[in-house]
Design a protein. Sequence first.
Length: 512
Amino acid sequence: MTWSPAVGTPLPETAPDSRRWKALAFIALAQLMVVLDATIVNIALPAAQQDLGISDGNKQWVITAYALAFGGLLLFGGRIADLWGRKRTFVTGLIGFALASALGGAAANEAMMFGARALQGLFGALLAPAALSLLAVMFTNAKERAKAFGIYGAIAGGGGAVGLILGGFLTEYLNWRWTFFVNIPFAIVAAAGAYFVIREPAGSRNRSPLDIPGVLLSTLGLVSLVYGFTRAETNGWSDATTIGMFIAAAVLLLAFVAVEARVKHPLLPLRVIADRNRGGVYASLGLAVIGMFGLFLFLTYYLQVVKGFSPVKTGFAFLPMIVGMITGSTQIGARLMTRVRPRLLMGPGFLLAALGMLMLTQLSVDSSYAGLILPAELLLGLGMGTAFMPAMSLATIGVEPRDAGVASAMVNTSQQVGGAIGTALLNTIAASATTAYIADHAAGATNQQLLQAQAMVSGYTHAIWWAVGILAVASLIAFTLVNTGVPGTGSPAASGDTEGAEDEVLVPVVAH
């Protein structure tokens, strides 16, 4: 479906797939698996490191191998979905992810583990954009789309925290290998269901030849960018290789844009990101993820190291955030999306999340969980859930069906790059503040253990202040760049310039 300016009654539409809601269940299950995996492995990492004899210098590659493959290949995965078919790409991604997870669970040494994580990233890069683009082409009615993306957004937002709970249980009561094996039943059920239930709308593929220069430049550029931020976290921002990676990323990505502007069949048509609404979504989502990634990391360490929570108790401590995200996505975002402009959900949503983050700047060694952390998590969850839901939908609405895969891949790319930036940037800020605190207070300290805990919390609060500012900027971008009207009545984010489009009425027409 495309959108075209018109006045009067909408033209007839093709009948929606009667099995689309069943399909949503399997798409959501696959999304849950991918999001779970992003956090569940973090909980298991210390045990896996010890069991496999991975050195402290190499342990980061358990995370980095996945991040590089996933972040670097997302645009390629989105284009493959458009070219090869989203259902086929989705099922292939699920099967490959299950096999890679089995390899990771059976890893006998660090080489097997790193290889398994890279394969997980590769198949995740096929799976994630195919899942989102399937929703984009299957749910075209405004109210149904709001409900479907509400469910999807709740899972995308809350799945990470669920991963902390599940990871804690599996690591504490079984062993770290089950944090990989648990993906297999998810993948099998989702793949079988998708194979028998999903019917991709006819005529939505993009069979243009693959843009090989675009694939190489985008993959190498994104890998360089993600690796640059990952290396900055461990080796510092002034490290020669870190700086070299950032320079290489800038050169490669600028060359990618130049190539895409000239080739006949680009990997990423610039019309997808040139639209101010989609550009605003990608930018605000990326910034929001920067803040959220830092929070998960700091709160996990605060609860376990400073407060002495077990892995399972730490996972349950994140439940209020999950409840907030699900409520914000399904009860606020989905219900209001067909009544108010997206920016009136995204902007206030990010501000509410910033308010929750602001509360956490008051953390101290003896802070009360019930009095400070719980209400802050609820605000964060409500705000992010409310903002993520319309953002996910707006990132793909109005896109030509042939571009749905790459538009969906850009959502994942902005989140993946945002996660890499957030982890590196906020960790660096926290580490610097911790070191400074110890230097300032070491002379008069009588309890070294208490000093270490206070220094750690000081580092976290300094970084959280930055996260507050980043979320405020995300809100500002949403308010200023996202100017589309109410989906179905106002201007959806159609490709092209939408300046002044708020007063234009658009109605659906069938694309031939």
